[in-house]
Design a protein around this ligand. Structure first.
Ligand SMILES: Nc1ncnc2c1ncn2[C@@H]1O[C@H](COP(=O)(O)OP(=O)(O)OP(=O)(O)O)[C@@H](O)[C@H]1O
Length: 630
């Protein structure tokens, strides 16, 4: 079953609201281009179906067809009924169901086997009954939001070290378990029957005798006997079944002819329908050289070939590229990006732009040449482009580790650690350096990057960040740019319809906050139900001192680095100042970021688990001194 078939099966059970937020789900296009479908390397790792007025039911069986699915969000919709059997999706890492109408009790074993689940949001539904014991046993749980339901009974023991929890506004009763007694009292507010620390309400002695539900329920002796018998019978049955399968399989294999592997390569041309234009008579007359067009070829003449912007990269021709086996990486607001493997084995990315008609051919080519001249350690170079009135392609190299967005929010491989703090600092520094370079070398552009966001920061093998999709504002259709580009989401654009150089600084600030908090600003940019964006959320939660709940729990921290992390958070906030006058200049922001010094240290703990020690630019050893922000 393909991902698109699985999604279509899933869609059958949904009732789509009038606005039809799923209109882009079209079987003729790859699922990675559909709204709300998050992909990496061509497979679907997330469904983010929020604010779409969806109702109906959640077909879990259909979702099991999405084998790479790790995150599911159906927040802010109209789903009702009992809690679906999400435990059949055992690989999920995050599940967001808040602001729906789910109701009824959730069975005690509803989360059994969900060993990867880190984030679970069930806020503002109508759940009743006890908090399921299997929820408290989730081994990797980091965030749990159950606020705004009618959960009752006692709170089970949660033995998770850094749990971010919200149980407010339920009907919970009894003594708060010891393991949660150090939490902020707000976690429990709105539960009249709760008592004990951290609340001021004391429990009377009667209540103290009743202990909260235990994680391990000890079986009684008669139960033990029946448990042993059941286990033996089950084990024997399994052995017999395995034996039968083994024998059947052996016979079956004997009858099979040798396996013929059918290579089904799907070329870029087949995937995209991109065609070479017929050369004009003038072009045919000029020359028929089959190699790629070199830098400086006369503008406005050749439109059948790729125009190379870099002399130092392998040359290939458009037909080579179209023949290359391709897979879709994902799609953004301007079109889709494909990974294409050339016959030499070189992996390129072809980005097909649908909305690049703001400039005529000459202007387009001049601008491309300007972008092609840019060279910086933290910029992904544009290797070549293709221009035709109806088809524009940009070609660059493939970055193995994918985007920062994927590494922060969707790293789907099991057991892979998330980015640690030194690596995150290294990324921030690289992004800042790349951005400063763009500002120095493209001074005529109002926002030299214009589209800085985590999916436009790619990571090299050594986690060096590479900015991509920079300098495109002059080429993109204005209407589309206003709808989608990050620069046009800034406070100054929303208020005064102005984009300035400082707009990129705002983008840098949002990126810093995202890197530190692990929160996905796409959720925030669209402004969530409470009218809260990422900046105001951080501003509200940050009281100037270390607050563990503010930072991404997945960011393993090296010793004593709180000071530097806080300083970076403050720099992020200064970059996000809504008042452009008060916002950092790019030079100022980069200087402050560079001041977060590297430190030579013998302390092993001090080294990032990711950053190569041989990499001279790595952030090994990050100084944890506090830096004056004035
Ligand atoms: N050179 C590359 N190497 C590896 N992955 C890439 C490369 N270029 C893009 N990607 C990834 O491909 C996916 C699609 O990228 P694309 O640029 O089309 O959309 P986007 O960045 O999500 O949105 P937008 O169109 O707004 O920039 C993203 O996850 C992106 O990080």
């Amino acid at each position: 079953l393909s991902d698109s078939e699985a999604i279509f099966n899933f869609k059958k059970s949904l009732v789509v609201g009038e606005a039809d937020g799923l209109f882009t789900w079209d079987a003729k296009t790859p699922p990675c281009t559909w709204a709300g479908v998050l992909c990496n390397g061509g497979s679907v790792w997330g469904l983010q179906l929020e604010n779409l007025e969806l109702s109906g039911s959640i077909d879990i069986e259909a979702l099991t067809g999405l084998t790479s699915l790790r995150t599911l969000s159906i927040m802010n919709n109209k789903f009702g009924g009992p809690f679906p059997e999400f435990k059949k999706l055992g690989a999920l890492k995050s599940l967001y169901l808040s602001n729906n109408q789910f109701e009824g009790t959730i069975s005690g074993d509803a989360f059994e086997g969900m060993g990867w689940l880190k984030k679970l949001h069930l806020s503002q539904n109508k759940f009743t009954g006890e908090i399921p014991i299997s929820m408290a046993k989730l081994p990797k749980l980091l965030e749990l939001r159950l606020d705004g339901n009618q959960f009752s009974g006692q709170i089970p023991e949660f033995e998770h070290k850094q749990l971010v929890l919200n149980l407010s506004n339920n009907a919970l009763t009894g003594l708060i378990p010891e393991s949660l007694s150090m939490m902020d009292p707000k976690v429990f507010e709105g539960n009249k029957g709760l008592c004990g620390k951290p609340l001021e309400t004391e429990c009377d002695s009667l209540l103290l005798e009743v202990s909260p539900p235990q994680l391990e329920v000890r079986p009684k002796s008669s139960a033990i006997v029946s448990l042993v018998i059941t286990s033996v019978v089950t084990a024997l049955t399994v052995i017999i079944i395995l034996g039968v399968i083994f024998l059947l399989n052996r016979n079956y294999k004997k009858k099979q002819p040798p396996l013929v592997v059918e290579a089904k390569e799907s070329s870029l041309q087949k995937k995209t329908g991109i065609r070479e234009a017929e050369p004009s008579r003038r072009e045919r007359h000029r020359n028929g050289s089959s190699s790629g067009n070199r830098i400086g070829a006369p503008a406005g003449v050749e439109n059948t070939k790729l125009s190379f912007l870099r002399e130092d990269k392998e040359k290939f021709d458009l037909p080579d590229l179209l023949k290359a086996s391709a897979e879709i990486l994902g799609s953004g607001c301007f079109g889709a990006s494909y990974k294409a493997v050339l016959s030499s084995g070189k992996m390129m990315v072809v980005k097909r732009f649908k909305q690049m008609n703001n400039a005529g051919r000459d202007e387009f080519q001049d601008h491309m040449k300007r972008l092609g001249r840019l060279k910086h350690h933290n910029l992904l170079p544009i290797v070549a482009y293709y221009y035709r009135k109806e088809e524009k392609l940009l070609v660059c190299e493939f970055a193995e580790r994918g985007s920062l967005a994927f590494n922060l929010h969707g790293n789907q491989s099991f057991g892979k650690p998330s980015l640690d703090w030194p690596t995150r600092l290294k990324i921030v520094k690289g992004v800042a350096r790349g951005l400063l370079y763009l500002h120095e070398d493209l001074p005529s552009l109002m926002a030299p990057h214009g589209h800085l966001k985590a999916s436009n920061v790619l990571l090299t093998e050594t986690f060096e960040p590479l900015l991509t999709d920079y300098g495109l504002i002059p080429l993109i259709n204005q209407e589309k740019a206003q709808d989608h580009m990050v620069a046009y989401k800034s406070p100054e654009y929303l208020l005064h319809r102005r984009v300035t150089k400082k707009t990129d600084v705002w983008g840098l600030g949002i990126l810093i906050l995202e890197i530190l908090t692990g929160k996905f600003p796409a959720n925030f940019l669209r402004v969530n139900l409470n009218g809260e964006d990422l900046v105001s959320w951080v501003n509200l939660s940050f009281q100037g001192v270390w607050a563990p709940d503010l930072f991404d729990k997945d960011m393993s921290k090296t010793k004593h680095c709180e000071g530097t992390i806080l300083t970076l958070l403050k720099i992020g906030l200064k970059c996000c100042e809504p008042d452009v006058e008060k916002r950092f200049e790019i030079e100022e922001a980069v200087k402050k970021i560079e001041e977060l010094k590297e430190r030579e240290s013998d302390d092993d703990d001090f080294y990032s688990t990711y950053v190569s020690e041989t990499d001279g630019r790595s952030s090994k050893g990050v100084s944890c001194e506090s830096i004056n922000m004035s």
